[in-house]
Write a protein that binds this ligand. Structure first.
Ligand code: IPD
Ligand code: CA
Length: 274
């Protein structure tokens, strides 16, 4: 059952508590960092990831809600007396590499569902911690950027399309010929380094698509971004043009193309076939 909480307010509260919690970590990022081992998603954990995750958990706990946390950092954790009430699929910091290098592009991603599967996500937020704004959506009610309605673009041709393209294939396999086809046939490609926020950029009409075919991105990174993009009008499928419904799990990975509209989506899929 969908929780009747005021999620918009809770996402705002999360933003404030994350920003307060990571302030000290940001100031000391240049100092040697303690070894915290690997998070549930497999990446090395930083104190700042843990601080952001704790801030999200504490904010939700204060609201009195019970939930099952599905996090890139501490994995699956039940909180409260009725933890199956709702599932919180979270990447506390998406774009940790940017953050540790001082590159100003990172966010927090929070998706809420009543079952631990991607298709059951009914609300979510991507919190841009650098520009201090929230991209959010509620199923059937559209998508918002700090309260203003957002829509995907109406760009119809690849020649005009600016697309996000994640070709970061360190320790992953990908047919780079396909990557080359995207670079050669679209107006511009971009990759800023925080896919949750980059999918939200498609929702807000800042880019025309985002493509990640590496089979490396985790559900914790994109569960909220998918709902935000879909509610804003985006078409999202996997490389075989199938709708995506995978378990929400820190280890679950996938590939996807998120396009501003159907016409563009067909053309982007066509590049893969060709
Ligand atoms: C990473 C970012 C990056 C993508 C990586 C992700 P993280 O998230 O989204 O753009 O290329 O695959 O892991 O590790 O900073 O949470
Ligand atoms: Ca992360």
């Amino acid at each position: 059952m969908k929780s009747k909480l005021n999620w918009q307010q809770l996402f705002c509260d999360c933003k404030i508590s994350i920003q307060a919690a990571i302030k000290h970590c940001l100031e000391t990022m240049h100092e040697p960092q303690p070894d915290l081992g690997r998070g549930a998603g497999g990446d090395l954990m930083k104190p700042i990831d843990v601080a952001a995750e704790n801030a999200i958990i504490e904010t939700l706990q204060k609201s009195g809600v019970s939930f099952t946390l599905i996090s890139e950092e501490s994995g699956i954790k039940e909180v409260g007396s009725t933890p199956k009430d709702c599932y919180l699929c979270v990447d506390p910091i998406d774009g940790t590499t940017n953050l540790t290098h001082g590159l100003p592009f990172y966010c927090s991603s929070i998706a809420i569902s009543d079952k631990p599967v991607l298709a059951a996500v009914y609300t979510g937020a991507v919190i841009d911690l650098v520009h201090d704004e929230i991209f959010s959506a509620y199923e059937g009610m559209g998508s918002y950027r700090d309260g203003r309605v957002i829509h995907t673009t109406n760009t119809q041709s690849l020649d005009e399309a600016v697309i996000g393209l994640d070709l970061n294939v360190y320790k992953a396999k990908m047919n780079l010929t396909i990557g080359a086809a995207f670079i050669e046939n679209t107006k511009h490609t971009r990759h800023f380094g925080a896919n949750a926020l980059e999918v939200s950029y498609v929702a807000a009409g800042l880019t025309d698509a985002f493509v990640d075919l590496r089979n490396k991105i985790r559900t914790t990174d994109i569960a909220a971004g998918f709902l935000i993009a879909k509610e804003a009008g985006a078409i999202i499928t996997d490389v075989d043009n199938k709708s995506i419904n995978v378990p929400l799990d820190p280890k679950q990975t996938l590939n996807f193309i998120a396009s501003a509209n159907e016409t563009l989506h067909k053309q982007l899929l066509g590049l893969i076939k060709s």
